[in-house]
Design a protein around this ligand. Structure first.
Ligand SMILES: NC(=O)C1=CN([C@@H]2O[C@H](COP(=O)(O)OP(=O)(O)OC[C@H]3O[C@@H](n4cnc5c(N)ncnc54)[C@H](O)[C@@H]3O)[C@@H](O)[C@H]2O)C=CC1
Ligand SMILES: O=C(O)C(=O)COP(=O)(O)O
Length: 341
């Protein structure tokens, strides 16, 4: 036993070497006694350990009894970073324990992927490459039927959290008219991100490109369905980056299949998708196997964020770097964490 503050670590599917660069991992061990465990084994740790734990790295399910034994706990650092409704948040907050997430690390990687998808859908980059390989390429303007520019387009972003705002930033060079629908955001916050707050119907009807970066919540499962796709402009691009559960995936496939819209998706109702799933043969749908956020450089930022906030909390200050779970929404989040990093 040492007199260093104690950290319980159970970050699966992440690992400490994934989220801490070697020098940062050394710093973590220099500053803290680190007990590595799993979600399943945590409640079985002795009281002598649980009662000294100041920070948890991970989001283990905690019941009231285990929470009571974690009497020195100050912060849960959720490095997955989607929140599970797996602890009595009312009690957690009543005890002044912070719950924070490192999800912002994915914002720029996802935004850049979204930008690439938009350009590829609007200019047919991926489809022209496939045609060329198949010997069916069309040269010059003949290969540009239905193609359009991103510059000056009307772009809609559904969900203007970390991902959506990062997208807004990477799009600025294209000078879009930026429409945002986010019912949980104050209009002035949306405007501060350079966007016009609008209703979902207006966004869908007016946008040339629609990005979806809304979290799944207890209220919005499948809220983008057949009607939503039908209300989009013919030939508009729909780019799904957050979670498949916010759309009716069959309806999305049908809208693409009949040629009404073109689309790209990084996320699927089942991951991995079955080998024989019709989505694999659907022309007009650009497919990406949940790769948008998962860059090594993003994962490594998590450790940096955690160390900075641990230091603030250890000095009696509030966390400033990670995003805090809010008491009003924490138990309403439904985006399932990934199982493959
Ligand atoms: N494809 C990938 O690699 C990645 C996907 N994600 C997914 O993207 C989602 C968003 O991530 P962040 O921006 O970091 O989360 P965030 O919590 O910062 O933003 C989510 C936004 O969705 C909004 N929202 C809630 N209900 C809505 C509705 N009905 N319509 C429109 N907006 C609504 C919220 O107000 C919030 O602003 C996450 O839930 C996560 O599952 C996150 C990282 C990587
Ligand atoms: O990669 C993603 O899609 C993410 O949302 C990352 O966070 P997660 O591990 O899924 O909670």
């Amino acid at each position: 036993m040492t007199d260093k503050p104690l950290v319980i670590s159970c970050p699966l599917p992440r690992t400490l070497p994934l989220i801490f660069a070697p020098d940062r991992l050394a710093e973590l061990h220099a500053r803290y006694e680190v007990i590595e465990t799993t979600d399943e084994d945590l409640p079985g740790l002795p009281d002598a350990v649980l009662s000294r734990a100041r920070h948890i790295i991970g989001q283990p399910p905690l019941d009231t009894a285990t929470l009571a034994r974690l009497s020195a706990l100050r912060c849960v650092f959720n490095v997955e970073s989607n929140l599970l409704n797996n602890m009595p948040y009312d009690e957690v907050f009543a005890r002044g324990i912070h719950v924070v997430t490192t999800g912002a690390v994915f914002a720029l990687p996802v935004a850049e992927m979204g930008l690439g998808m938009a350009l590829s859908l609007l200019r047919g980059i991926h489809s022209a490459d496939a045609d060329f390989r198949a010997g069916t390429e069309r040269w010059g303007g003949d290969g540009n039927a239905g193609m359009r520019q991103l510059s000056g387009a009307t772009v809609g972003i559904v969900g203007f959290g970390d991902l959506g705002r990062a997208l807004g930033r990477v799009l600025t060079g294209f000078r879009p008219r930026l429409l945002v629908h986010d019912p949980w955001q104050a209009p002035s916050v949306t405007r501060a991100g350079g966007a016009e707050p609008v209703g979902l119907d207006a966004l869908l009807a007016q946008s040339d490109v629609v990005f979806v970066t809304a979290a799944v919540t207890s209220e919005n499962a499948g809220f983008l369905g057949a009607e939503a796709f039908a209300s989009m402009k013919p030939g508009a691009a729909f780019i799904l980056l957050s979670r498949a559960e916010v759309v009716d995936f069959e309806a999305l496939m049908a809208a693409v299949d009949r040629g009404h819209i073109r689309a790209a998706t990084d996320v699927f109702p089942q991951e991995p998708m079955p080998a024989d799933h019709p989505v694999r043969g659907l022309e007009g749908l650009l497919l990406s196997a949940h790769r948008a956020g998962a860059l090594d450089s993003a994962f490594a930022q998590m450790g940096e964020m955690v160390l900075e906030d641990m230091d603030l909390i250890d000095r009696g200050l509030p966390p400033q770097v990670c995003k805090r779970a809010e008491r009003e929404t924490v138990a309403r989040m439904r985006s399932r964490p990934v199982s493959v990093n």
